[in-house]
Design a protein around this ligand. Sequence first.
Ligand SMILES: CC(C)(COP(=O)(O)OP(=O)(O)OC[C@H]1O[C@@H](n2cnc3c(N)ncnc32)[C@H](O)[C@@H]1OP(=O)(O)O)[C@@H](O)C(=O)NCCC(=O)NCCS
Length: 347
Amino acid sequence: MVGNVSSNDVGIVPIDPMNDGLVRSWVDTQIAAVRHDIDGFPRPSPALQRLRLLLPLSSYRVERWAAVADGTVVGHLGIQMPAKDNLHMAEADLEVHPDWRRRGVGTRLLELLEERAAVNGRDTVISYAVDEIFDRPGTDTPGKHFAEKHGYAVADTEICRRNDLTKVDDDDLARRFAEAWERAGGYELVEWTVRTPEELVDGVARMEARMWTDPPMGELDIRPAVYDAERIRAEEQSLADRGQLTVAAAVRRVDSGEVAGYTAINVDPGEEEFAWQDDTIVDPAHRGRRLGTILKIANQRQLRRYRPMIRYVVTWNAEVNSHMIDINEAVGYRRFFRELVFQKKLA
Ligand SMILES: CC(C)(COP(=O)(O)OP(=O)(O)OC[C@H]1O[C@@H](n2cnc3c(N)ncnc32)[C@H](O)[C@@H]1OP(=O)(O)O)[C@@H](O)C(=O)NCCC(=O)NCCS
């Protein structure tokens, strides 16, 4: 079939977690899209996709929709809306199966996105699209044309990097780690998995809040976040319930116990090859003492102790975030693709 789809061909339905056929097809479409669009990027974990439907984070209001033709999911839309802060914002992922593109499915999902954002009182929509895959010049990157066509403006530019742990030079890391500690007198490292130690949880909440405002984020309208120990506990419980492994590390002052920096890596359930670098932050009052390098090297090693067969860790940084990028390159991350962050203010 060629040409735009009529409303009879494609229906858009909320994803019912108990509808096994729908959920399976939704996951298959996501996997097909990743394979087609970014070869070498982690395939969505079928287990995690299902568990996300059943166990959403309580700090977000989440809607998930599927475009369905003949009982098969041909496109999908996820809308994440912060529930404790940033009540103006809706963050979207929107994807169409590679075999169903240029027939208007994406446009219909985008119309629904803007409608649902407005119904939920959100006036700022944020979405992501690949701009360029560095070792595959000429790859089709439709998302940016689609977003621009629909009035979305580039508000930030991010680079996705991948660290191939089989290529990491352990001796070099050991030297960097020792040198970093020479600059970090008066601090100590604490490592854990899954549950933040009680004496660190307030400090980690302070760090997580800063993640929303400290890193460079271009023109994105992202406002201060509200984090406390209760939110940290609720989020880590959700991740644990979903079978996601978190390995984390913090540095703190030996004298006062004050948390000065924090980092975390997550591994999806059933995943054997990839891990995701989550937030990393050093408090501005404690920067310039190599604490970021210490955190990154220590936590990468901790991941390797827990999951020695994981090969890649994936991370994103704003293209201009040179301090974090320098550390990432030093511990082995290499450029994979550029991603554009689009934003639209709804009238
Ligand atoms: C971007 C995406 C969602 C578009 O879905 P789609 O169903 O093909 O979109 P539509 O058919 O509604 O396209 C609407 C318009 O977007 C623009 N567009 C879409 N794909 C394009 C491409 N490959 N090149 C140039 N323009 C394109 C065109 O203006 C198109 O209108 P036209 O076909 O009349 O020229 C789909 O390509 C996709 O899933 N890409 C990967 C994920 C992604 O990038 N998501 C976007 C987040 S903002």
